[in-house]
Design a protein around this ligand. Structure first.
Ligand SMILES: [Zn+2]
Ligand SMILES: [Zn+2]
Length: 240
């Protein structure tokens, strides 16, 4: 059976303040461990963004995709599919957003202060897909654990960073949360640096030509979630 692995949660230094690897280099890194594609999900303009806040909204949106564009150019060259996304922030609660692009963001400065439930509903209405990132992570910058089960489509049931922290209890709670509300179970590595001790990947049996294809497969329950070692080798299947 063919297997196509995707990273659905990663950051670049051009667009995320906390990122320490360029778009180009993260594309090369995922190619080197055998992935088929990545979704670049930098912290959006209301999160830990590297884009200066004083610029006009549309300029900020354009700059926001600098890391994605760098990754995409390299991906096209080396044969890695690179899709755009972002990690929307509201008071430390974050929604990964897929299936919408740069043009959708233009002339929407109201997004910056939009409450999460409203945001999730707007994205859904316009054909996008949101995933609550690491819903039960505890960290100094996360003041509250807040759940919006009716305003997102899925949640990160597994986040590779939690394996690295030795906090798989965060993911146990996330799995229970997904199953309690019928949310789609997803997995991402939250990669800010390139090489990690573990990766979690969304794996398909068909290659996704677009981010829309990837979302359709996931909505159809055709995906598997894998835990991988630092060289990309399989440790175990996490789901189903
Ligand atoms: Zn970050
Ligand atoms: Zn992230």
């Amino acid at each position: 059976m063919s297997e196509y692995r995707y990273e659905t949660h990663c950051h670049t230094s051009q667009s995320s303040k906390c990122g320490s690897i360029s778009g180009r280099d993260i594309a090369r890194h995922y190619k080197s461990i055998g992935h088929t594609g990545i979704v670049v999900t930098d912290h959006f303009l209301n999160g830990n963004s590297a884009v200066p806040g004083y610029l006009p909204w549309n300029d900020r949106v354009h700059l926001f995709f600098a890391g994605y564009r760098d990754a995409k150019a390299e991906g096209d060259r080396i044969g890695l599919d690179v899709f755009p996304g972002w990690e929307f922030n509201c008071g430390g609660t974050e929604f990964l957003t897929y299936g919408l692009d740069e043009s959708w963001l233009y002339d929407k400065p109201e997004l910056e202060s939009m409450p999460l439930d409203e945001y999730g509903e707007l994205v859904r209405k316009d054909g996008g897909f949101t995933v609550h990132a690491h819903p039960f992570r505890e960290a100094p910058w996360i003041r509250l654990i807040r759940l919006f089960p009716h305003s997102c489509d899925g949640a990160e049931a597994f986040n590779a960073a939690h394996f690295q922290m030795g906090r798989t209890d965060f993911d146990e709670r996330a799995c229970f949360y997904c199953d309690s509300y019928g949310l789609i179970r997803m997995a991402g590595s939250d990669n800010h640096c390139g090489r990690m001790q573990y990766y979690t990947s969304v794996t398909l049996t068909e290659r996704a030509g677009t981010i829309g294809d990837l979302i359709s497969c996931v909505k159809g329950g055709e995906h598997r979630l894998l835990l991988l070692a630092s060289d990309g080798s399989l440790i175990k299947q996490l789901f189903p």
